[in-house]
Write a protein that binds this ligand. Structure first.
Ligand code: ATP
Ligand code: CA
Ligand code: CA
Length: 427
């Protein structure tokens, strides 16, 4: 996978933060979950529930290893999103997010300084976000909710929860929980982060050759002559959904989002094709283990030691229950979503709608950046240097339209390269 991180255990720099996040989620989410469902009210969108954790504990919060404060935002709205619209099982959700030694960390893959953590079954991603993004998500929550309700197959990030941890010295960390677009069982052979912009949107090809997990960009896609191979049926459905999703983003005046595309080549399959029972049992760490196993250089190599440690730590007996399982792509929540139905993704098809040997994992990510004054400034400065339509920070309406045009184009042909070079816009 392009995203495989380091397992966070005790002693890791972010262990305490991790522990606090997960403890907060466990208590807050199960508290809300324990109540009887009721229809949402207007206040639910702005609600925030506060929890104060300490080593002693009280009637509201059990004792925790550390002192910290936790806020749960719009818990009822997210509960309804999870249960009714994202088809998550409440128990599963909590279990995935709150087991011991749970997450692996991927240090800031973007420029924004956000951190990404995976739940140990690889199903969920925790992303730390800026305060401005947090504020923005709260402000658009009613529209986001409506959109998801009316568009069950939306490609937009599925937000499952919005929370904040406050550490004793006052530092506040905001974070969202969202769907991992990439499945645990499948190797992703190529990853693209596409914005529909061409200026600076390239990952050096020489470096890409050495790094199969590189996240490639628009120009790599164009120069490699890539195409989303979808027959008329899927193409029409996907286009319509993208149109609706980008309409919303336009209306919300969001910028900078991208279409994330993971490509699994079925001929290549998974690197070692091993899905033995042993790996199944320790499946929460499977992606990491698989990698380590393939490069293992003997019983005392660092890889082997790490692998034994991971296996020990993920011993179901030590976790207290053996119920951990990797979601099967076709039985989990993904079965409900049109574009995630074929082994968790969207299988390529030919012009007669017959299946080809590629599976795409697609979604629109990073949708919480409003066109703020910062962006306006950036637009001004960059606009002095290059054709202002080709560069990334154009105002939201242009951004959405350019994005949608590009997305339509990548489904059409593999050779739209020149057209882009011509004028920066794909016709
Ligand atoms: P920047 O603002 O600099 O673009 P960021 O910190 O906001 O960065 P994102 O753009 O959200 O980060 O994501 C960075 C990368 O992380 C993506 O290109 C993708 O590889 C991976 N990623 C993000 N969200 C998901 C997701 N839901 N599923 C799988 N991978 C993801
Ligand atoms: Ca981004
Ligand atoms: Ca971002």
């Amino acid at each position: 996978q392009p995203l495989v991180g380091n397992l966070i255990g005790e002693g890791h720099v972010n262990y305490v933060l991790m522990y606090n996040m997960l403890t907060g989620i466990r208590i807050a989410v199960s508290r809300c979950q324990a109540k009887i469902r009721r229809p949402l009210t207007e206040e639910d969108y702005t609600a925030r529930h506060k929890f104060s954790f300490d080593i002693v504990g009280n009637e509201l919060t059990p004792s925790a290893k550390y002192d910290f404060k936790f806020k749960d935002y719009a818990p009822w709205v997210f509960r309804e999103l999870r249960e009714d619209h994202f088809h998550l099982d409440p128990a599963d959700y909590l279990l995935s997010l709150t087991a011991k030694y749970i997450l692996s960390e991927l240090g800031s893959p973007g420029k924004s300084g956000s951190f990404f953590y995976f739940s140990r079954d690889y199903r969920f991603i925790i992303k730390t976000i800026r305060y401005s993004e947090h504020k923005f998500l709260r402000s658009i929550l009613p529209q986001y909710y409506e959109h998801v309700k009316n568009n069950p197959h939306t490609l937009l990030s599925r937000f499952y929860g919005l929370h904040r941890v406050k550490l004793p010295h006052g530092r506040k960390i905001h974070f969202v929980i969202m769907n991992n677009l990439f499945p645990a069982h499948k190797d992703i052979h190529e990853t693209y982060d596409l914005k529909g912009s061409t200026v600076g949107r390239v990952y050096p090809e020489d470096k890409a050759a050495q790094n199969p997990r590189a996240v490639l960009k628009d120009l790599n896609w164009i120069n490699r002559g890539k195409k989303l191979e979808l027959g008329p049926e899927k193409r029409a459905l996907l286009t319509e959904q993208m149109r609706r999703d980008s309409e919303l983003l336009k209306k919300l005046r969001v910028m900078d989002y991208s279409l994330l595309v993971g490509i699994h080549n079925m001929q290549r399959g998974n690197r070692d094709n091993v899905r033995s029972n042993t790996l199944k049992i320790f499946s929460p760490d499977m992606p990491a283990i698989r990698r380590k196993a393939t490069q293992s250089k003997g019983p005392s190599s660092p890889e082997a030691i790490a692998m034994r440690r991971i296996m020990r730590e993920s011993d179901p007996k030590r976790l207290g229950s053996g119920t951990f399982k990797l979601p099967e792509e076709d039985t989990g929540e993904r079965q409900y979503f049109l574009f995630y139905q074929d082994e968790g993704g969207l299988r390529a098809t030919d012009e007669t709608n017959d299946g080809l040997d590629t599976i795409y994992y697609l979604g629109i990510i990073d949708i919480l950046t409003p066109y703020s004054s910062v962006k306006k400034l950036e637009h001004f400065w960059k606009g002095l240097q290059a054709d202002r339509h080709k560069i990334s920070p154009v105002p939201p309406v242009e951004y959405a339209e350019r994005f949608f045009r590009f997305m339509k184009a990548i489904m059409r042909s593999g050779d739209h390269g020149e057209k882009v070079e011509d004028d920066g816009n794909i016709k």
